[in-house]
Design a protein around this ligand. Structure first.
Ligand SMILES: *[C@@H]1O[C@H](CO)[C@@H](O)[C@H](O)[C@H]1NC(C)=O
Ligand SMILES: *[C@@H]1O[C@H](CO)[C@@H](O)[C@H](O)[C@H]1NC(C)=O
Ligand SMILES: *[C@@H]1O[C@H](CO)[C@@H](O)[C@H](O)[C@H]1NC(C)=O
Ligand SMILES: *[C@@H]1O[C@H](CO)[C@@H](O)[C@H](O)[C@H]1NC(C)=O
Length: 456
């Protein structure tokens, strides 16, 4: 009952309202006889177009409410050095123009028409972080509905400044702000709002984002603090766009190879120290790592010190340290086998204590777990004793060349020397094992620390 009454009465009511408004000095309702079968009559909206220089309100103390939303259609680039985020936005603005109202029943049911924006008043919304000239294409149109609501969309390639924190590169998240505000109008004249909820904006953006490049959109947040400049107060809407880097490329190209190199470096401790292969091998690894770093330098952000640089420096220093250790052990072995000084008693007892079977690195020790005073000929690869053994004259040779007495003297000399050499060789191996344990410990703690830092 009531509804039908409403339907019947709406048209006259509308007219009465229109006449009332007209009576207050202005054509608020467009005369629809221009919306004929031959398309739009050219002058039908002239009354609106002529007012485009002014904010479309009937009472200037009423602020214009502009609803803003956007869809992020692409994240093009994030420039860490210049701290810029390049993205592509479809910006949508909705506001009311009380002068573009018509009755669709009069107007062949037309509820919205598109109008070239150059004929309309447009709100001067800008993005505070915008760091580029606005290259909005010319000749856009807006939808005008019969209730006077104007819906204007424009594409924008946006380069916005963004405070980028690359500490956690390549596992970093960035939080970029887009602040929409009016350039001219203060809160008395313009208020900003949002039609959609932020999660809707985030969802549509996530569906639409074109590039499957380096970044993914995590979410969007909103805040609406007013901005005061001098005595004027401006309304503004801040959108916080959270994006996350896809780390796969960097894991495959940076972390895995350097992890492998360090692992090989650690494994190379199992090359026998006496063979003399260890140091060249480590030098080769170090060179390889340097080449790798040079090649991968392009992938790293150029400013700041991300954690990954610390990680690389750590890997490099681990390699250098292990090379130094090898040099030290080689030197120790050389010293032990050529001119062994008598071993101090405390070192000897320490050695005895340490070789007892309850120590830190059992596997490494087992390898070298030989009792003190074993004839050095059994030590693998120890050059000098082996040479000495090789030089030991056979019985026939001895008979031929030297007197038996001196041979025995020499033999005793050798045994004496070998008794000196053996503990030192053992000590070298002990040192090697100990330093290897320290190296492993340091490596694990630092790698774990870096990983933990990355995860927070
Ligand atoms: C609309 O304009 C036509 C002439 O163009 C006129 O006859 C008609 O009365 C007008 N209607 C209104 C509601 O002003
Ligand atoms: C405009 O609106 C204000 C408050 O909304 C009101 O006080 C004032 O009388 C209005 N002016 C006119 C001309 O209607
Ligand atoms: C703006 O959005 C709010 C809902 O958030 C709505 O009530 C209001 O009518 C809209 N205004 C315009 C001009 O679109
Ligand atoms: C982004 O930063 C703002 C404050 O600067 C904060 O309110 C907001 O929650 C942050 N957003 C995310 C997703 O971290």
């Amino acid at each position: 009952m009531e509804r039908s009454w409403f339907h019947k009465e709406r048209f006259p009511l509308f007219l009465v309202l229109g006449l009332l408004l007209q009576g207050r000095g202005g054509t608020f309702i467009i005369n629809c006889s221009g919306f004929g079968q031959h398309g739009m009559y050219p002058t039908v909206l002239d009354s609106v177009f002529e007012r485009k220089a002014f904010r479309p309100v009937t009472n200037f103390s009423i602020p214009t409410l502009v609803n803003i939303s956007f869809t992020m259609s692409a994240i093009l680039d994030v420039d860490e050095q210049l701290q810029l985020l390049s993205s592509f936005l479809w910006l949508e603005m909705v506001w009311d123009n009380p002068f573009t109202r018509w009755n669709p029943e009069e107007c062949e049911g037309i509820t919205k028409i598109s109008v070239a924006t150059k004929n309309l008043w447009l709100p001067d919304i800008f993005i505070v972080e915008f760091m580029n000239v606005d290259k909005t294409p010319k000749g856009l149109t807006a939808y005008v509905s019969n209730e006077g609501r104007i819906r204007y969309k424009k594409p924008m390639k946006m380069t916005s400044i963004c405070n980028l924190d690359i500490l956690y590169f390549p596992f970093d998240q960035q939080n970029c702000t887009l602040t929409f505000s009016s350039f001219l109008y203060t809160v008395e004249n313009m208020l900003l709002g949002t039609e959609k909820e932020v999660w809707e904006i985030a969802d549509t953006s996530r569906d639409i984002v074109q590039t499957h490049g380096d970044w993914e959109l995590l979410g969007i947040n909103k805040a609406t603090p007013k901005m005061s400049l001098g005595t004027s107060l401006y309304d503004q809407i801040m959108f916080y766009v959270a994006i996350r880097r896809k780390p796969r490329l960097y894991i495959i190209n940076l972390l895995v190879p350097s992890g492998f190199l360090v692992a090989i470096d650690a494994l190379s401790f199992y090359l026998p120290a006496e063979s003399g292969n260890r140091a060249p091998f480590k030098i080769t690894l170090l060179l390889g790592y340097n080449v790798f770093l040079l090649m991968m330098n392009d992938l790293l952000p150029t400013n700041g010190t991300p954690l990954i640089s610390v990680y690389f420096a750590l890997c490099l220093s681990l390699m250098v340290v292990s090379l130094l250790e090898t040099i030290f052990i080689t030197y120790l072995l050389h010293l032990a086998t050529t001119q062994p000084p008598p071993m101090p008693w405390w070192l000897r007892s320490l050695l005895l204590y340490c070789t007892s079977p309850m120590k830190c690195c059992p596997t490494a020790l087992q390898k070298r777990n030989k009792p003190l005073g074993l004839p050095p000929a059994h030590l693998p690869g120890v050059k000098e004793p082996v040479e000495l053994v090789g030089k030991m004259p056979g019985p026939r040779e001895a008979e031929l060349n030297v007197r038996p007495g001196s041979t025995r003297d020499k033999q005793e000399d050798e045994t004496q020397k070998q008794h000196l050499v053996a503990p030192w060789v053992q000590f070298s191996h002990m040192m090697d094992t100990l330093l290897f344990c320290l190296y492993l410990l340091f490596m694990t703690t630092s790698v774990v620390t870096v990983i933990v830092l990355w995860n927070t």
